[in-house]
Design a protein. Structure first.
Length: 93
C-alpha cells in the first residue's frame, strides 16, 4: 500500500511537494510552483529510488545564496516522512 506525503517547503520557489511512497521507494513526485524543468528532472531521477538514497543525494544542496533549495526541501520532506513512519510504528509498553 502506498503512502502520500504532502509537504509545504520553506524558502524556495516551489510551494508544495506531493510524494507517493510504496515499500520505501518513490513511486511519484509532484511539485507545485518552482522551476518547472528542473523539478521535472528531479521527479524523473527520483522515481524508483529508495527514500534514504534520495535524502543522501539531495540533502544540503543550496540554490544561489539561499540557505536551502528545492532538492534540499525535498530531502527534508522525506526525512519528515521517515520520522513520522518511525513514530507511527513505535509500540508503547
Amino acid at each position: 500500500m502506498s503512502e502520500i506525503v504532502d509537504f509545504i517547503p520553506r524558502g524556495v520557489c516551489s510551494k508544495r511537494m506531493i510524494v507517493e511512497i510504496e515499500n520505501n521507494k518513490i513511486v511519484n513526485a509532484e511539485f507545485i510552483g518552482g522551476c518547472n524543468g528542473n523539478l521535472k528532472g528531479i521527479r524523473s531521477l527520483v522515481i524508483g529510488m529508495e527514500v534514504e538514497e534520495v535524502i543522501k543525494r539531495l540533502k544540503g544542496i543550496l540554490c544561489g545564496s539561499k540557505q536551502t533549495s528545492c532538492p534540499n526541501e525535498f530531502a527534508l520532506c522525506l526525512e519528515e516522512y521517515l520520522q513520522k513512519s518511525k513514530d507511527k510504528n513505535k509500540i508503547e509498553v
